[in-house]
Design a protein around this ligand. Sequence first.
Ligand code: DQQ
Length: 654
Amino acid sequence: MASSESLLPVSSQQDPLSDSRCDSIPESRKRRPIKVHLAVYSGFLLIALYVTLIITHGGSSPKNDVNDDTTVESRARLAGVSEKNNEHIWKLSNDLKGEAFAWNNTVLSWQRTAFHFQPEKNWMNDPNGPLFYKGWYHFFYQYNPNAAVWGDIVWGHAVSKDLIHWLYLPFAMVPDQWYDANGVWTGSATFLDDGSIVMLYTGSTDKFEQVQNLAYPEDPKDPLLLKWTKYSGNPVLVAPPGIGVKDFRDPTTAWKTSDGKWRITIGSKINRTGVSIIYDTTDFKTYEKHDTLLHQVPNTGMWECIDFYPVSKTKDKGLDTSVNGPDVKHIIKASMDDTRIDHYAIGTYHDSNATWVPDNPSIDVGISTGLRYDYGKFYASKTFYDQHKGRRILWGWIGESDSEAADVQKGWSSVQGIPRTVALDTKTGKNLVQWPVKEIESLRLRRKKFHMKVEPGTVVPVDLGPAAQLDIEAEFKIKKDDLEVVFGDDSVEDDKEFSCETSGGATVRGALGPFGFSVLADQSLSEQTPVYFYVTKGKDSKLKTFFCTDTSRSTIANDVVKPVYGSFVPVLKGEKLTMRILVDHSIVEGFGQGGRTCITSRVYPTKAIYGATKLFLFNNAIDATITASFKVWQMNSAFIRPFSADDLGVPSST
Ligand code: DQQ
């Protein structure tokens, strides 16, 4: 094992993971010429303007899509949904040089992913109506055919035999009716008892009002479901009294009631209370609204893309959406428009009065300390029951963390996360577990196995070759003697306040962490994305483990949002610490402890690209020696391309 000392000097003064760019301040920056003062003052002015904007926009909390500081309202805001706008994040950051990073095509081309679903070009957002039909997985998605920014939304459509290799098909639905003239927005599929499919989706009308519409396959015999018929009586639902016409969207998959009707829920808000409105139907054309709500949580704002489904308390397998009973818990997930976070909660569904009660009200849906599918970038997600393999699969939209200008330059925006199986963690009963679908393993190429002991304050290069497309599975053990010393030593402070997001990232050294991998790193570690565990000693002397990803040094570019992501991860007695990481150019997906805590990041290296992309193992703890046993696979690229007749075994006519 090589010590990091040859790579980077390690001492308690100089942290092995610290940003060498910060080490020396050039003479020119030590003095403060008038220009700098001006920059500082204009910085304050910008911040003041920003704070004023937050207040004038109803006091909503800051979020990734900071409002523009001009008076022009954004396209999406006008239409009644939020959209990405990272432009001002970097201008408000410490980097006040005023110029965005100069991206070039070499760097931008490298960012395109190799095994994540993304369209050939332009903008994509929410997953829509996923399903399995006649041997094909179908994936629909919000898509702008005209630009790499949100707008002109149609339903893109692709099919796959294995959820990994995808064939693009013609658009399933486009805005061609008054009731969806401003966009065919998010929706969900339901299988009726006879195996036929109905699709409910939100239309943004010619007046930008949100209504719900019904569509169904024109030819049920067609396994590709190429053509969709919109019901002549659309819209089937308009916003009920008391609900804003721009706050009524994203119908769920329907589930069966005990008296044989179908039930759906639609997200909205009443003042600042996020709500889940509930309807019963027998034919999907006429609906009966319940006076009560499925659920509501004050101060959470608009609920987008609600998902509602059962999970088994005892088995790992997935359940069809209508299953209920004593061995079942129900999940409500809502996408918080204010924070762009997908929150879920576990609870009990009461069929008789169409309500749902959380197991633990202190971590109800949308509460900031509550549960999240993913602690990084992951939004507008949707599950479906895969009747082919008896599992529930989760899709999530992974937006960009760079600027809109960079997206326009690269010609595309957003990817979808690798589909994940999702199930209740039967060991804890208190969280879900998510895991990349088994089929992703078909892309695994060359495997290398490692077993390394890593001393405190060490960074070790992992000898791999190319490291831009990887699947890493790792187990970590903290040396027993070190743990005992930490437990017995009163001078080692309790880390009860630790938080991945606010405790300074991977450079801050504690007794028992951080340790993990730096992915997408260059040789000098001037760019790197550490994915790591940080173990703290609780007041009760029990270990508390956090799983984090630090993107703050992932790129030298300044026009990128670079947070530290992560959260607590449950580790049960006798369990080793385990993590899995999928690396695919500009996306890193981390799964801590078998998928109890997941973190997806978008990162945009400028130096750690092509042949210069490396992987490092690090231990930045002060008091603990770590043993890491891990396997790394180079990952093949998936075939994601337009459909041709040959894909059905039919020779194409030329
Ligand atoms: N995206 C859709 C809406 C949904 C939002 C519009 C969530 O239906 O609420 O593209 O990202």
